[in-house]
Design a protein around this ligand. Structure first.
Ligand SMILES: Nc1nc2c(ncn2[C@@H]2O[C@H](COP(=O)(O)OP(=O)(O)OP(=O)(O)O)[C@@H](O)[C@H]2O)c(=O)[nH]1
Ligand SMILES: [Mg+2]
Length: 210
């Protein structure tokens, strides 16, 4: 959950990149680390196997000044996509303010995307949360490959029966759509923070006048 340090005038948000194995979660963070000026980003920490599969998580801290008078820190994490690492995914998801679901657009990966989305929902429930009330976006990655599902099909697969979320096309290995995805999730996270903050203020005012 977001953390406000009034003394240092800092707000921290946690964004978790979730999704099917080999979907491109780590590639998103690597690209951001590559293109962001070093003044606004920290080091990229990657805890991977020798085959570059995420073993525990990747971590990239970024900062901006989107809320007047405050430094906003966005802590970006990825989870390991391989099914056996479910316990790790659950731990990394703790306290997430927003989720980027990285879907693999290849037709062969549709079951894997659907399984991973169900796993995300279940892990949010284990934290007493729901996807519907957690800011999230769907990134449709690997749009450069030949055998990909149409955007409309993936939108139906991922958004069906739920509160709709943005579906953003990407080719993370080229960096296409990576910054746009980050911008979208950051805006949603900030919007929810401001809404909750105002809600707390108005509730406090109501309690004071009672
Ligand atoms: N063609 C293509 N390959 C991509 C794209 N994005 C990532 N890849 C490749 O897909 C493979 C897996 O990418 P990762 O970023 O490691 O995937 P991941 O989701 O972090 O995988 P896990 O950590 O094992 O869950 C790598 O070889 C990437 O270079 C893309 O948009 N297009
Ligand atoms: Mg990874």
């Amino acid at each position: 959950m977001s953390f406000v340090n009034f003394e240092k005038k800092e707000i921290s948000f946690k964004v978790v990149y979730y999704g099917a194995p080999l979907g491109g979660k780590t590639t998103n963070l690597s690209h951001l680390h590559e293109v962001m000026p070093s003044s606004v980003r920290g080091d990229l920490t990657m805890l991977s196997t020798q085959q570059d599969r995420t073993l525990y998580f990747d971590f990239l801290p970024l900062q901006s000044t989107v809320i007047k008078g405050f430094i906003s820190r966005f802590q970006l994490y990825t989870v390991p996509g391989q099914p056996i690492y479910d316990r790790t995914r659950r731990i990394v998801l703790t306290g997430a303010d927003g989720v980027v679901f990285v879907a693999d657009s290849q037709w062969t990966q549709m079951t894997s995307n659907a399984d991973s989305l169900e796993n995300l929902k279940a892990n949010l429930v284990s934290h007493g949360r729901a996807l519907e009330t957690t800011p999230h976006v769907f990134q449709l990655n690997k749009r450069d490959l030949p055998d990909v599902a149409p955007v409309s099909y993936m939108d139906f697969l991922l958004n069906r029966g739920r509160v709709r979320a943005d579906c953003m096309e990407a080719v993370a290995s080229r960096g296409d759509g990576v910054a746009q995805t980050l911008n979208t999730i950051c805006k949603l996270v900030l919007a929810q923070f401001i809404e909750e903050h105002n809600m707390k203020v108005s509730m406090a005012a109501r309690a004071a006048s009672a």
